[in-house]
Design a protein around this ligand. Structure first.
Ligand code: NAP
Length: 264
């Protein structure tokens, strides 16, 4: 559907959930994919799948919040494939708790991975894209970056930050023919949500009798006009479009992909 042959894409957090689906989709469109993840074994598994389908790929075990490891990711990508055309900043973590009781260390960790990690990766990748006068950056934000979310204050603040980063980078990189956009997913049943549901079950009294999946499904139904969750493949579809030639005039946008939950 989108021709990404000859492009090289880095996807962070590619070992699981949404990142996995994006990496598979970009590979399916012909891109060589670098799957970066803290979980090196998961990233290796992804790349084995990509290679099985006849595409090129490389896994890198790394932490997006560590500048040296981000530099290593860029160096390894250039060493293997010689260029960087696409960066998808997908790696992210979530944690729960009432904001006024939230621990500083947890706050710092969320900001380090979700916000600083996206900054470090975008900064390093853009430096390689600028001389070639082309590039695509997609940040996976969240609808939690569009309005505050009870019990997820740090996560929400980090995703507001990702949207701000998206807008500033789009303004600064536009003259180099680099587009920067964000996708704001709603509800997807990945490892991240499974952990969140565990917390809601243990901490919100009226949810104690429900299973984690029921908690997720109830939340989706009560908040989503389309009454259904999204899938990793939904996000991968939009990511593939945003990095394609067809989306060359779209930049600075933060697009909700959430069944209508948030409309701004
Ligand atoms: P997930 O299944 O937990 O996957 C996240 C991946 O990122 C994991 O493989 C994780 O590795 C990796 N990762 C975590 N910290 C990292 C770091 N410092 N450096 C490199 N990799 C790291 O989560 P997901 O649901 O697919 O989420 C992907 C993105 O979508 C996140 O940015 C999330 O905020 C966003 N999002 C998700 C939803 C949803 O409903 N699921 C909604 C809105 C936005 P480990 O397994 O080793 O931790």
């Amino acid at each position: 559907m989108y021709n990404l042959k000859g492009r090289v894409a880095i996807v962070t957090g590619a070992g699981s959930g949404i990142g996995w689906a994006i990496a598979m989709r970009l590979a399916g469109e012909g891109a060589a994919v670098v799957g970066a993840d803290m979980n090196g074994a998961a990233a290796k598994k992804l790349i084995a799948e990509i290679r099985k389908s006849g595409r090129r790929g490389m896994s890198v075990e790394m932490d997006v919040s560590a500048e040296g490891e981000v530099k290593g990711l860029i160096r390894k990508t250039l060493g293997q494939f010689g260029q960087i055309d696409i960066l998808v900043n997908n790696a992210g973590i979530a944690d729960t708790g009432v904001l006024i009781e939230f621990e500083e260390q947890k706050w710092d960790q969320i900001m380090a991975v979700n916000l600083k990690g996206a900054f470090l990766c975008a900064r390093a990748a853009a430096q390689e894209m600028i001389p070639r006068k082309q590039g695509r950056i997609v940040n996976i934000a969240s609808i939690a970056g569009k309005r505050g979310v009870e019990f997820m204050g740090a996560y929400s603040a980090s995703k507001f930050g990702v949207i701000s980063l998206t807008q500033t980078l789009a303004k600064e990189l536009g003259r180099h023919n680099i587009t920067v956009n964000a996708i704001c997913p709603g509800f997807i049943w990945t490892a991240m949500w499974q952990n969140l549901a565990k917390w809601f079950r243990a901490n919100v009294p009226h949810l104690a009798g429900k299973s984690e999946k029921e908690i997720f499904e109830d939340r989706v139904k009560s908040m989503t006009p389309l009454l259904r969750p999204q899938t990793p493949e939904d996000i991968a579809n939009l990511a593939a479009f945003l990095v394609s030639d067809q989306a060359g005039n779209i930049t600075g946008q933060s697009i909700n992909l959430d069944g209508g939950t948030v409309m701004h």
